[in-house]
Design a protein around this ligand. Sequence first.
Ligand SMILES: C[C@H](O)[C@H](O)CC(=O)C(=O)O
Ligand SMILES: [Mg+2]
Length: 394
Amino acid sequence: MALPKIKNVRAFTATGGGADYHDQTDAHWIDDHIATPMSRYPEYRESRRSFGINVLGTLVVEIEADDGTIGFAVTTGGEPACYIVEKHLARFLEGRNPADYERIWDQMYFSTQYYGRKGLVVNAISGIDLALWDLIGKLRGEPVHQLLGGPVRDELQFYATGARPDVAKELGFIGGKMPLHHGPTEGLAGLHKNVAMLTDMRAKVGDDFWLMYDCWMALDVDYATRLAIACHEHGLKWIEEAISPDDYWGYAELKRNVPKGMLVTTGEHEATRWGFRMLLEMDCCDIIQPDVGWCGGITELLKISALADAKGKMVVPHGSSVYSYHFVITRHNSPFAEFLMMHPGPTEVVPMFAPQLLGEPVPVNGRIKASQLDKPGFGVELNRDIPLNRPYAH
Ligand SMILES: C[C@H](O)[C@H](O)CC(=O)C(=O)O
Ligand SMILES: [Mg+2]
């Protein structure tokens, strides 16, 4: 059945909500002395907002078809991404069949290759791609997971990311991933504090609950190796994003160095099949963690995931709520998912994209049933009560 053509692409910024790359309050766990590559400068150590983690903020993309149906998506990229969407990328969609997502993706990527390839530009491409899949689902009356081949299991199981894995355990999650607080410039004392935090949490959750450390690119291979060895006896399941995403050689070395049984994970700041091919072929990690809103969208995640599957590696996407859930439920090599705890405590489960999304499912007892995703597109609506700003038009 021919679908109505794409009439218009629009890009907006929105304030409020979001995660670590957005404005959060001082009391939020997600901005509390988390180790980062900028921690080497004492003046940028206490808060990630101090070095500008929140400067971009939200990008909302809407794609309207000739019959008035609107697909939309939310990711990060803010005003600069709006410019790229409106002034450059919209031309590859308007007047086209929304189901031609392969050609649209290819044209968006190769027309921006000279200034893009990763980061902001691929965020913008991802936002469009997700909005396109939402539109196709809405036009066909099918959930995105059905367009991807349908669920391979009845429910999603989640681990929780946040500062309170003990609470996550009570809430039914299968594990808890904590932010690392101290980087190499805080010396041996900082290393001991990192290990002590894990020891303390292990005492609270018992032996059988997964505990992981998210290092947000803050370490070097030597420090990460020492941390991994020191944390092994306290049952650290994986060490995440320990070093710079550009240091494929360092990741390969770290993977050789960590104690047997401990996993090395990374990829939330990697993009496209070519970036992930580097991680996979250089044997950098055990689990890749693409963010579907940053890696190129669903169209690209399909390719990344197939590469990983052929290598026997798991794909456990970074956060991103419904945009990940519709994918994870369709893939055997994505056996569980991440839930980013956006409650400041974090002592409660709250929707990750509130207040932007309406109808966003959240884990209950650490699970979401496949049937909860059975709505057209990604199954959520844009909250029209929040102010949307369209800085550029074309
Ligand atoms: C906790 C991490 O520093 C970051 O805010 C989130 C992240 O990397 C993840 O969920 O993974
Ligand atoms: Mg992470």
